[in-house]
Design a protein around this ligand. Sequence first.
Ligand SMILES: Cc1cc2nc3c(=O)[nH]c(=O)nc-3n(C[C@H](O)[C@H](O)[C@H](O)COP(=O)(O)O)c2cc1C
Length: 199
Amino acid sequence: MADATDDTLRIAVLIGSTRDGRFGPVVADWIAGHIAEREDMEADLIDLVDTPLPTVLPAFGRPPSDEVVSLLGAVTPRLAGADAFVIVTPEYNHSFPASLKNAIDWHNEQWHAKPVGFVSYGGIAGGLRAVEQLRVVLAELHAVTIRNTVSFHNYGEVFGADGKPSDPASDVAAKAMLDQLTWWGQALRTARQARPYAV
Ligand SMILES: Cc1cc2nc3c(=O)[nH]c(=O)nc-3n(C[C@H](O)[C@H](O)[C@H](O)COP(=O)(O)O)c2cc1C
């Protein structure tokens, strides 16, 4: 990995699934590997199994309990410190997993004016229905979603025992998505520094 500089974008890579026996970490490790090879970004892998969040939100205007504060402390500062995000999501019933939505819903300004790229996987649709629904959710949170996605259709046939997709087109797709994420990440970081996003 290249040494981080002031220009280096911090990319929070969020593993959306928490299912026992899940495939998500394989996909996340692959895209994190792509990020590690680049000089313009570094990855912070956030695994919601290692850093679980409660599924009960606090009442409006009521501070969360000490226990909840402690659980959030393992995730929230990392989202806040990120310049951009990569969400790794499977498709559950034509949408994204509840675990991912829960992590999104616990946060708000941490998403503001930041770009989000997607790596999805699933059956014939490659998780793209989850991605398209995530775009709607993230627009509400003032995030900017990246046009190009990386999607693995019938992913079980795509990944080798080495945890890497066999088709080099996946690496090309990853580069295109990460290039766009860099453009938006740099542009929005500069903009946020010049004028804090408060609209
Ligand atoms: C609750 C549930 C619903 C699913 N629904 C879909 C679906 O709508 N479309 C699809 O392509 N795959 C669907 N699948 C298959 C998942 O894409 C596949 O199991 C994948 O491995 C899930 O990601 P994970 O292993 O990281 O949990 C579903 C799986 C589960 C557990």
